[in-house]
Design a protein around this ligand. Structure first.
Ligand code: NAD
Ligand code: DAU
Length: 359
C-alpha cells in the first residue's frame, strides 16, 4: 500500500537551491525526497550531508536529458510530485558557452516533461488529480527594467537578454505547452536572486565573501550600479513548497523578497560585516579590495519582483530581511571553509573571467 508521505522528485537537488529544497522538504516530515542530479561542477553532495542516513531521502545520479533513466526513476520511486530545478544557472558561463544551456535547460526540460507526462498518464485518476510538475524559473526571463520604474508581475512580457535567460524562457514556454496541449498539471514560479549557505563561489555574494577572506580583489562589474532583488534561499525553499502544494494548476507565481540593492551596496554590506567579524590582519577595510572591472555583455540594469500574488494566494512571506539573511550568510562562510575552499581550488573551463580559483 502507498504510504501517507508524498514522494517528490527534486531535479538539481545537489545544487544551491535544490539542496535547500531537499533539506526543507525532508525536515517537514511530509515527503519522501528523491533527488535526481547529474552532479555537474555546480552539484555537490557535500551540501546534503545533513540528510546522510535520512530514511525518507534518496539520491540518483542521472541526466535530465536521459529520458530512459528519468522514466525509470519516476516509475521505480512511484513519484507524486516533480519539482524541477536542474539547470545550468550562471549567466557568465552562458555567455562563454551557450550550448550547454540549450542542452540542459531547453532539451533537458522537454525530455523531463515527456517522461513526466508518460508517468502521469499511468497513474490512477485520483493521483493524476493531485500530481504536479513544478517548474522553477527565474525573474531574468522578463529582462531589463529601468533603474527608476517598473516591477515584474506574472503578466510582464518575456524579454530575456542572456543565453541563460533565453534558455529559461524557452523552458517556461515548453512547460506551459505541455499543460495546454497534453493537460499535464503544471505550476511555475519565477524568483529573484537567491543567496545563502552552499552558494557556489562563482556568484556575486559567495565570490565576494571568499575573495575578501583571502585578500583577493572583489570584482564589481561596470560601476556596480546594477540592481538585483535578493531573497534568502531558505525563504525561497518554503515558497517553492507552497507553490507546489497550493499553487493553482497552469498558474505562475513571482517570488521575491522586496530587497532591491545595487551590486555596490551588496559588496559594501559584505565588507562591513567582515570588517566587524574578521578584521584584516594588516588593518584597513575590506572595502579597499573593491575592483571595478569590465562590465558583463548585455548586463540587465535592474530586476524587481512584485510578490503580491504569492503573498496573497499562498500566504507566503520571507522570514529574513536582506540584513539578517546576509549576516547569516557571512557567518556561514566564515564557519564552513571546509565546504567552499575545495571548490575554489578546482579549475573550470568556460568562466568568462577565467579560473574561479584564480580571481
Ligand atoms: P545551481 O547551478 O547551483 O544547481 C544546478 C543543479 O542542477 C546542480 O546540482 C547540477 O549538478 C544540476 N544539473 C545541471 N544540469 C543537469 C542535468 N542535465 N541533469 C541533472 N542535473 C543537472 O543552480 P541554482 O542556483 O540552485 O538554481 C536552481 C534552479 O533555480 C535553476 O533552474 C535556476 O534557473 C533557478 N533559479 C535560480 C536563482 C538563483 O538566484 N540562484 C533564482 C531564480 C531561479
Ligand atoms: O535573478 C535570478 C538569477 O540570479 C538566477 O536566475 C541565476 O541563476 C543566478 O545566477 C542569478 O543571476 P545573476 O547574474 O543576477 O547573479 P550573479 O551572482 O552572477 O550576479 C549578480 C550581479 O552581480 C549581477 O548584476 C552581475 C554582478 N557581478 C557578478 C559577479 C559574478 C559582479 O559585479 N561581479 C561578479 O564577479
Amino acid at each position: 500500500m502507498k504510504q501517507a508521505l508524498q514522494t517528490v522528485l527534486v531535479t538539481g537537488g545537489a545544487g544551491f537551491i535544490g539542496s535547500a529544497v531537499c533539506r526543507h522538504l525532508a525536515a517537514t516530515g511530509r515527503y519522501r525526497v528523491v533527488n535526481l542530479d547529474k552532479l555537474t561542477y555546480a552539484g555537490n553532495l557535500a551540501s546534503l550531508h545533513d540528510l546522510d542516513g535520512h530514511p525518507w531521502y534518496r539520491f540518483y545520479r542521472a541526466d535530465i536529458c536521459d529520458i530512459d533513466a528519468v522514466r525509470h526513476i519516476l516509475q521505480a520511486e512511484d513519484v507524486d510530485l516533480v519539482m524541477h530545478l536542474a539547470a545550468e544557472s550562471h549567466v557568465d558561463r552562458s555567455i562563454d558557452g551557450p550550448m550547454a544551456f540549450v542542452t540542459t535547460n531547453v532539451l533537458g526540460t522537454t525530455s523531463l516533461l515527456s517522461a513526466a507526462l508518460d508517468h502521469w498518464r499511468s497513474l490512477s485518476e485520483s493521483r493524476r488529480k493531485s500530481f504536479r510538475f513544478h517548474h522553477v524559473s527565474t525573474d531574468e526571463v522578463f529582462g531589463d527594467l529601468p533603474f527608476d520604474s517598473g516591477v515584474f508581475t506574472e503578466q510582464s512580457p518575456y524579454k530575456p537578454s542572456s543565453p541563460y535567460s533565453a534558455s529559461k524562457a524557452a523552458s517556461d514556454h515548453f512547460v506551459r505547452a505541455w499543460h495546454e496541449t497534453y493537460g499535464l498539471p503544471v505550476v511555475l514560479s519565477n524568483c529573484s536572486n537567491n543567496y545563502g549557505p552552499y552558494h557556489f563561489p562563482e556568484k556575486l555574494i559567495p565570490l565576494v565573501i571568499a575573495n575578501a577572506l583571502d585578500e583577493r580583489p572583489l570584482p564589481v562589474y561596470g560601476k556596480g550600479a546594477n540592481v538585483r532583488d535578493w531573497l534568502f534561499v531558505e525563504d525561497h525553499a518554503r515558497a517553492l513548497e507552497a507553490v507546489m502544494t497550493r499553487g493553482e494548476v497552469g498558474e505562475s507565481y513571482n517570488i521575491g523578497g522586496r530587497a532591491e540593492r545595487t551590486n555596490l551596496e551588496v559588496v559594501e554590506a559584505i565588507c562591513a560585516l567582515l570588517d566587524a567579524r574578521r578584521p584584516r590582519a594588516g588593518g584597513g577595510s575590506h572595502l579597499d579590495l573593491i575592483n571595478f572591472v569590465t562590465d558583463r555583455p548585455g548586463h540587465d540594469r535592474r530586476y524587481a519582483i512584485d510578490p503580491t500574488k504569492s503573498e496573497a494566494e499562498l500566504g507566503w512571506r520571507p522570514q529574513e530581511t536582506f540584513e539578517t539573511g546576509l549576516a547569516r550568510t557571512v557567518d556561514w562562510y566564515l564557519e564552513n571553509g571546509w565546504w567552499w575552499r575545495p571548490l575554489r581550488e578546482q579549475r573550470f573551463d568556460g568562466s568568462r573571467l577565467g579560473l574561479v580559483g584564480a580571481r
